[in-house]
Design a protein around this ligand. Structure first.
Ligand SMILES: Nc1ncnc2c1ncn2[C@@H]1O[C@H](COP(=O)(O)OP(=O)(O)OP(=O)(O)O)[C@@H](O)[C@H]1O
Ligand SMILES: [Mg+2]
Length: 261
């Protein structure tokens, strides 16, 4: 029997537009480039991770919602991306009604966890892209995950909401998933010419010490251009600073795990 299990990482922050999806797309691509078999689960009804890989709306009928509802089997919903070793379970706007449908149902926090059990052994890494809220979809991701990565945009309001997110993580740990840990806080959209970025990053490091990734993702226009070509930035322009930063983040995470062994 194959006893391999994947490292399941939720990428969450209830604040919108902080770089969650960008991190999922590019960290997963960098992992696949390091020869790690990787899966993305797009758990945000906005579907930005699916769009980021050029998956058209008419190719999303076998989406996460349809598997959670039991209409499709997980294996048929897994799509290959243009990156070797990187697969994705896409989403569609249908997923937005799921939260209401799940209210009151038994085991409503464990829908994604239970799905992943069927495919766990086939992947080294599974990344779950969360919506910008602490609703049931994010709770599902946190109940399924072994760790959490929190992208944090280096701007003035960055720390607002982080306390609430850390409380949610504790709640999940104490009630639903005692294995989950904070893998790290990832500073994103860092602009070295902007004093605020330096102040915020120092503040975050003072609060969270070694829980802040050494890799910092710079603000880089190539990162924001790539999704309009339906490509990860690592494919769009491998040599740009944004691509290099995500490659370095993948290395940092792989090394974190080596240290734990
Ligand atoms: N390092 C970066 N440099 C420049 N632009 C970036 C960077 N990271 C993200 N962006 C851009 O910022 C916007 C928000 O990023 P992204 O969609 O990844 O955030 P998000 O947290 O997933 O948003 P949401 O909460 O809506 O899901 C996007 O247009 C993206 O292309
Ligand atoms: Mg997003």
């Amino acid at each position: 029997m194959n006893d391999k299990v994947s490292q399941i990482i939720a990428i969450a922050n209830q604040k919108g537009g902080v770089g969650k999806t960008t991190t999922v797309i590019n960290l997963a691509t960098a992992m696949a480039a390091c020869d790690k078999k990787t899966l993305i689960i797009d758990a945000d009804p906005q579907g930005n991770a699916s769009t980021g890989f050029g998956i058209k709306y008419d190719q999303r009928d076998k989406d996460l919602y349809s598997i959670i509802c039991g209409k499709n089997n997980i294996n048929v919903s897994i799509k290959k991306t243009m990156i070797p070793k990187l697969d994705i379970i896409p989403t569609s706007p249908d997923l937005s009604v799921l939260e209401q449908e799940l209210v009151g149902l038994k085991n409503r926090e464990f829908k994604i966890r239970d799905l992943i059990k069927e495919i766990n052994e086939f992947y080294d890494y599974i990344f779950i892209d969360c919506p910008p809220s602490l609703g049931l979809l994010t709770l599902n991701a946190l109940c399924a995950a072994k760790s959490l990565i929190v992208p944090l945009q280096t701007e003035f309001y960055a720390l607002e909401g982080l306390t609430q997110l850390m409380k949610t993580l504790d709640l999940i740990k104490n009630n639903f998933n005692n294995k989950i840990t904070l893998q790290g806080i990832l500073l994103t959209m860092y602009d070295k010419r902007n004093k605020i970025c330096e102040m915020v990053s120092n503040d975050v490091k003072n609060h969270f010490n070694d829980k802040v990734f050494k890799t910092i993702i710079p603000r880089n226009v190539r990162i924001s251009e790539a999704p309009s070509y339906g490509q990860p930035v690592l494919m769009y322009d491998i040599s740009c600073p944004g691509s290099q930063a995500y490659a370095s983040l993948a290395g940092e995470i792989i090394n974190q795990e080596k240290d734990l062994k």
